[in-house]
Design a protein around this ligand. Structure first.
Ligand code: ZN
Length: 842
C-alpha cells in the first residue's frame, strides 16, 4: 500500500476527472493558494480549511468544542464513511456501552476509533499543517484506499489543540522572516523569544495537563474525549532539529497498569510506519527517550483510558523555523516535517483499519477485565469521611471529570491497608460514611494510577515527575487495601458543599473557617471589595464552637465606611463560594484572644507585583499568573524583569518571584534595591529556583546544603562505568517525588494545615535550616513517601528546609523551596501561597 504523502500537482492529475464530477473538495494547496510548507498557515486559515472539508466532503463533519483563553476556536472533525455517518450516534454510544461507562447493550455496529491530536505544543508547528494534508487524504474522493479504511474506522481529527501558543509562534516568525528563509541555525529566525509558543495563554504546557485539566483547553477536550473514548490516540510533536523521527513503541519505563495488548499494538503500528520510512530512507528511532509513566501526557492519559496512546516526534520545533541546516549537512524544511507527520498519521489509520475487529474486541476485553479482574496490588481506596469537606469536594469533582466511580462504604468494617499518612501497612477501621473508590470499575486503570501509593517504575530513568497520588495532592487521609471493599451508598461532590449561616443577624463580627482555596477565594473577593479582615493567630472558643488558628474574624469595626454594604458583601461572597459564616454578637471569646487583641491580626491588603520574563522560567511565571488571575481571582501586577531597575516599588507591599535565576534583574544595584524594599516593610515570596538564586546573597539567610560523599563512595564514583552515567546521575536527583514536610502549625504560613504537609519535590536542591528565621516546613528523617528519589538526594534532603520565613528590617522574606503552584495541580499546596500573601508578616 502506498501512501500519498506529498500533495503535488503530479499526484493530483489522475484525480481531476473524479473531483470535477463528485465534489468541490479542494486540496490544501488549491484552497490556500500555496503549497503546504511554503509558509505557516495561521489558525483562522486552518479553521477555514477544516470547515471547507466538512462542507464539501460526505466523509467529514466538524464541531466546535470550546475556545481558548484568547477566544480562538477549538474544533474537531469526525471522518468516516458516509454510511457510518448515518449511524454515527449508534457507533459512538455502542463504544461507550462496550466500556461500561454507558448503560445498555451495544448493537453489532462496531468500528475502530482513531484520534489524531495536532499541535499541542504551539511552536511544534508542522503538525497543524500535517493535519490539513491528512484531512485531505482521508476525504479526497479519489482516494479509494482511504475510503476503504473509513468503512470500518472512525477518525477524529483535532487539527490544533493549542491555537494561542501556535499563533504566538507563527505571528512572531512571520514578523521576522525575510523574503527568503535563512536556514543558518544561528540566525534570529531560529531563536524564539521568551516565553515561546510551546505553551498556552498562561504559559502552561498543555501536554502535562491532560489528566489534571487545570486549563480551559484541556477541560473542553476531556469532555469530547470521554464522549468518544477512542481506541488509538496519537499526539503529534516535534523535538530537536537534528533528531530522527520518533514513533511507538515507547521507551521504558512503562507504567505497570499498561496491558500486554497496549504494548503489542504499539509495536504493530510502529512496524507499519517503518515500511514507509525505509522506502524513503528517512531516519527514525523507537523504544527510547519517550516513556509512558507520568499520567498527564497525550500518550499516557489516553492509555490509562484504555486506548493505544502514542507520541510521534518529528525533528524541528521552534529552532526548525521554515528551513534549517542540520548537523549532517541536509536542510530540514517545514515541508519535510509535515510530510513525515502526514505519513505516520495515515499509516496509523491504515494499520488500525487492518486490525479493526481485533482493536475493538481488545478494547472491550480491557474494560471487562477492569470491571471483573482489575490489575494492581490494591483493590480499594479509602478516603476518610472526617477529612475537610472542601478537600473531599475537590477530590470528588476531579473523579467526576475522570469518570471514576465512588461512593460511601455504607457499612463499617475492619481491614488491613496502606496508610498514606504513616506510609505503613496496618489494621484500620473504616466507617460507613467513608468514601470508597473500588478498582472494580470501567476506569480501573485510571483509578489505580491516581491512587496507587507508590507506582512501580520499571526503570528509574524518566524525564518527568514520578509521584502524584491523590490523597497527597488534595490533602486527605485514607488507606489503600488489597481487599475488595465496594461502595454501597451514593454520594456526590455537592454533598460536601454547604453554605449556612448561624448566629445573630447584625453581628459584631463574622467568623469564617480557614482550610482551603475556597476560603481563600472568599477572602480574596471581600478584600477586593474593600472589606478589611482579621485572622486569629491563636485557637479560640466562641458560642460553644472551637476555632483553629487562621480563622477569619471580619469585624464591623474597621469597615464602618462601607455602611450596610459590609454585611451584603460578606454574605454574598460566602454564598457564592459555599462558605459557612457565624455571626458573633460580641468580641469577647471564652478561650483564646478577644477580637480586639493583637493576637487577632489585621490583614493589610496585599498589593502584589510579580516579576517575570527573561531570567525566569516561563512555566513557573505562568503558574503564578494563572494562580492570581484564574484560581484566586485577586489582582497582581506583572512586570518584566528588565523593568525592575526603573519600577517604583513603593506602591507594592508584596513581590512574588517565580522560579528563575534573575541574572540581570539581580545585579548589584538590583540586589540593593530589593533588600532596601524588604527592609522598609516589603514582603518577598521567592519560589523554587528563585530561592537558589537568593542563597548566599548578602542579607538573605538561605544557604544550600550539598551532598557529602564519604571517601569510599568517592573512590567508587571515580571508577564509574561510562554506560552507567545516566543511572549514576539518578542517585543524586529526584525527578519529582513526594516528601512529608513537618509544619510548625503555630506559624501563620502553616495555618489551615495539619501537622504534616505532603509536598511534591521536583528537584533535589536542599537548603540548611534558617539560623534565626522560622523553619516552618522542614524535611525530617524517613520523609520520602512516593516516587523515585536517588539515595544521595534522599539523604541530603533529610534535615533540610522546605518552607521558611526570615525577617529583614521591617519586612519578611518567604522561601518556598518546593513550588506549591507546580503545574497548577498540587491542590493542597496552594494554601501555603495564600497564607504567605495574606497572613505572614501581619
Ligand atoms: Zn511537543
Amino acid at each position: 500500500m502506498k501512501i500519498r504523502y506529498v500533495i503535488s500537482i503530479a499526484l493530483l492529475l489522475p484525480w481531476i476527472l473524479v473531483q470535477t464530477v463528485s465534489a468541490q473538495l479542494q486540496s490544501p494547496a488549491e484552497y490556500l493558494g500555496y503549497e503546504l510548507g511554503d509558509r505557516y498557515t495561521p489558525h483562522h486559515k486552518v479553521m477555514d480549511y477544516a470547515r471547507h472539508v466538512a462542507e464539501n466532503s460526505d466523509r467529514a463533519i466538524l464541531d466546535v468544542y470550546g475556545e481558548t483563553y484568547e477566544n480562538r476556536e477549538l474544533v474537531h472533525l469526525v471522518v468516516t464513511s458516509p454510511g457510518n455517518h448515518q449511524n454515527l450516534e449508534e457507533i459512538r454510544t455502542n463504544n461507550l456501552k462496550l466500556t461500561g461507562l454507558m448503560d445498555g447493550e451495544p448493537t453489532d455496529m462496531r468500528k475502530a476509533i482513531v484520534w489524531l491530536s495536532y499541535n499541542i505544543h504551539g511552536n511544534e508547528t508542522s503538525s497543524s499543517e500535517a493535519a490539513m494534508s491528512t484531512l485531505y487524504q482521508l476525504t479526497d474522493p479519489g482516494n479509494r484506499e482511504a475510503a476503504g479504511w473509513l468503512e470500518n474506522t472512525v477518525v477524529v481529527v483535532d487539527p490544533m489543540i493549542n491555537p494561542d501558543g501556535r499563533e504566538r509562534y507563527v505571528n512572531w516568525f512571520r514578523g521576522i522572516a525575510g523574503s527568503e528563509y535563512d536556514p543558518k541555525v544561528e540566525s534570529r529566525e531560529h531563536d524564539e523569544p521568551w516565553p515561546g509558543g510551546r505553551s498556552n495563554h498562561y504559559y502552561f504546557d498543555l501536554n502535562r495537563d491532560w489528566a489534571w485539566q487545570t486549563q480551559q483547553e484541556s477541560q473542553a477536550r476531556a469532555v469530547i474525549y470521554k464522549e468518544w473514548m477512542p481506541h488509538v490516540h496519537v499526539d503529534f510533536h516535534e523535538q530537536g532539529y537534528n533528531s530522527p523521527y520518533y514513533f511507538a513503541p515507547a521507551a521504558e519505563p512503562f507504567h505497570e497498569a499498561i496491558t500486554d495488548w497496549q504494548r503489542e499494538f504499539q509495536t504493530t503500528i510502529g512496524e507499519n510506519h517503518t515500511s514507509y520510512f525505509d522506502e524513503e530512507g528517512w531516519l527514525y528511532f523507537t523504544k527510547q527517550r519517550f516513556d509512558l509513566f507520568y499520567p498527564s501526557y497525550g500518550d499516557t492519559w489516553p492509555t490509562f483510558n484504555g486506548a493505544i496512546g502514542m507520541t510521534y516526534e518529528q525533528a524541528g520545533g521552534s529552532v526548525g523555523g521554515a528551513a534549517v541546516l542540520t548537523e549532517d549537512g541536509d536542510t530540514l524544511t517545514l515541508k519535510d516535517r509535515l510530510t513525515h507527520h502526514t505519513v505516520t498519521g495515515i499509516s496509523t489509520v491504515e494499520v488500525t483499519s487492518q486490525s479493526a475487529d481485533r482493536v475493538v474486541s481488545e478494547f472491550e476485553t480491557h474494560f471487562n477485565n477492569a470491571v471483573e479482574n482489575p490489575s494492581g496490588q490494591y483493590k480499594s481506596f479509602v478516603v476518610e469521611a472526617d477529612n475537610d469537606p472542601d478537600k473531599i469536594y475537590d477530590l470528588l469533582t476531579f473523579l467526576d471529570n475522570q469518570q471514576i466511580r465512588y461512593g460511601r462504604a455504607g457499612d463499617s468494617g475492619r481491614s488491613e491497608g496502606y496508610n498514606y499518612i504513616t506510609g505503613e501497612t496496618e489494621r484500620f477501621n473504616y466507617e460507613d460514611d467513608d468514601i470508597i473508590i473500588s478498582a472494580y470499575q470501567p476506569n480501573s486503570q485510571l483509578a489505580r494510577v491516581f491512587f496507587e501509593p507508590d507506582p512501580a517504575l520499571s526503570d528509574s530513568l524518566t524525564y518527568d515527575i514520578t509521584a502524584w497520588e491523590a490523597h497527597y495532592r488534595f490533602g486527605l487521609t485514607g488507606y489503600a487495601t488489597e481487599r475488595r471493599i465496594d461502595p454501597e451508598v451514593e454520594v456526590s461532590a455537592n454533598d460536601f458543599w454547604s453554605s449556612n449561616y448561624t448566629g445573630v443577624e447584625r453581628p459584631y463580627a463574622y467568623i469564617a473557617e480557614w482550610s482551603s482555596m475556597h476560603d481563600a477565594r472568599f477572602l480574596a473577593e471581600i478584600t477586593k471589595m474593600g472589606v478589611g479582615s482579621r485572622f486569629s493567630t491563636v485557637p479560640f472558643t466562641m458560642d460553644g464552637n472551637e476555632y483553629k488558628r487562621g480563622t477569619l474574624v471580619i469585624t464591623r469595626a474597621g469597615n464602618r465606611a462601607l455602611g450596610d454594604r459590609f454585611d451584603e458583601i460578606v454574605r454574598d461572597a460566602a454564598t457564592k463560594h459555599g462558605r459557612s459564616l457565624h455571626g458573633a454578637a460580641s468580641g469577647y471569646v471564652q478561650d483564646g484572644a478577644d477580637f480586639g487583641s493583637s493576637d487577632v491580626a489585621f490583614i493589610e491588603k496585599p498589593e502584589v507585583a510579580v516579576f517575570l520574563g527573561e531570567g525566569t522560567s516561563s512555566l513557573a511565571a505562568g503558574e503564578v499568573w494563572h494562580f492570581f488571575d484564574q484560581q484566586l481571582n485577586y489582582p497582581a501586577t506583572l512586570f518584566h524583569t528588565h523593568q525592575f531597575s526603573r519600577t517604583d516599588l513603593t506602591d507594592y507591599n508584596t513581590i512574588v518571584m517565580p522560579s528563575g535565576y534573575y541574572s540581570d534583574m539581580l545585579n548589584d544595584s538590583g540586589r540593593s534595591k530589593l533588600t532596601d524594599w524588604v527592609r522598609s516593610g516589603g514582603k518577598l515570596i521567592a519560589i523554587d529556583n528563585a530561592v537558589s538564586r537568593l542563597s548566599g546573597m548578602d542579607d538573605f539567610q538561605i544557604s544550600t546544603k550539598s551532598i557529602v560523599e564519604d571517601e569510599d563512595e568517592a573512590a567508587e564514583t571515580d571508577l564509574r562505568l561510562y554506560d552507567q552515567r545516566s543511572r549514576e546521575y539518578a542517585m543524586n536527583t529526584t525527578p519529582g517525588s513526594i516528601f512529608r514536610t513537618t509544619l510548625d502549625q503555630s506559624h501563620p504560613l502553616a495555618f489551615g494545615f495539619e501537622s504534616d504537609y505532603y509536598s511534591l519535590k521536583t528537584d533535589a536542591s536542599a537548603f540548611e535550616y534558617l539560623s534565626s528565621g522560622w523553619n516552618v516546613g522542614t524535611i525530617r528523617d524517613d520523609a520520602h513517601m512516593s516516587g523515585f528519589a536517588g539515595q544521595n538526594a534522599k539523604q541530603n534532603l533529610e534535615g533540610s528546609l522546605n518552607f521558611g520565613v526570615q525577617s529583614l528590617g521591617s519586612g519578611d522574606v518567604i522561601y518556598m523551596v518546593d513550588n506549591p503552584l507546580f503545574r497548577g495541580f498540587w491542590e493542597n499546596g496552594k494554601l501555603l501561597m495564600v497564607n504567605a500573601l495574606f497572613f505572614v508578616g501581619q
